[in-house]
Design a binder for this molecule. Structure first.
Ligand code: FMN
Length: 181
């Protein structure tokens, strides 16, 4: 089941108007909270956004690559307290991945929107903009936003023959992994 899930998964940026049922949102929340973190410090915190006005404001977090959030019924903003863990970026990335794989398993589409290290305008970071919109305290860093909803687009899976097997080595770098004898 897991292999068919990852084979099908694509980033979805077009969504049906249909809201995501609260039962499904609860499964996504549980997936995020079950994600592993370094030393189990769980530095992440999440903001589940369903209000269209807020989703529209968040869709302006970047000049490119966030606009589709305004047409999504759900966004999950992933933040972390950097004082709780030096590798909070990794922890947040894993939580974000759990959210989008759980979405796929529920028949929902999703797409990661990068916020950390991105700019809203020449002078304002995307992180500062999102923090202002959602009242996020300054001690929290904002890593990403995950747009989620019922897909209104279909994309073919990545073809197996196009996967970059040339980047996969066995026992030492440079020795291509073909298969074990
Ligand atoms: C760390 C990370 C940041 C990303 N940031 C954005 C983003 O800001 N906006 C966007 O539209 N897609 C974003 N994506 C989605 C990628 O563009 C997408 O995963 C990639 O093009 C491969 O397509 P696929 O997910 O359909 O396989 C991001 C993905 C990752 C893993």
């Amino acid at each position: 089941m897991f292999s068919s899930l990852i084979q099908k998964r694509r980033s979805i940026r077009k969504f049906q108007k249909k809201p995501v049922e609260s039962k499904k949102i609860e499964i996504l929340i549980e997936a995020a909270l079950r994600s592993p973190s370094s030393r189990g410090h769980n530095p992440w915190e999440f903001i589940v956004v369903t209000e269209p006005d807020l989703l529209e404001k968040l869709s302006r977090a970047k000049t490119h690559g966030s606009e589709f959030l305004k047409n999504a019924p759900l966004g999950i903003v992933v933040c972390a307290d950097e004082d709780k863990c030096d590798v909070w970026v990794e922890d947040c990335s894993i939580a974000s991945t759990f959210i989008f794989l759980a979405s796929e398993s529920l028949g929902l589409g999703s797409c990661w929107i990068q916020i950390r290290e991105r700019m809203h305008s020449e002078t304002l970071t995307s992180e500062a903009y999102v923090s202002e919109v959602l009242n996020i305290p300054p001690k929290l860093k904002v890593e990403s936003m995950i747009a989620v909803g019922y897909p209104a687009e279909t994309k073919p899976p990545h073809k197996k023959e196009e996967l970059q097997y040339e980047k996969m080595f066995l026992n030492q770098y440079g020795k291509l992994y073909t298969s074990l004898p």
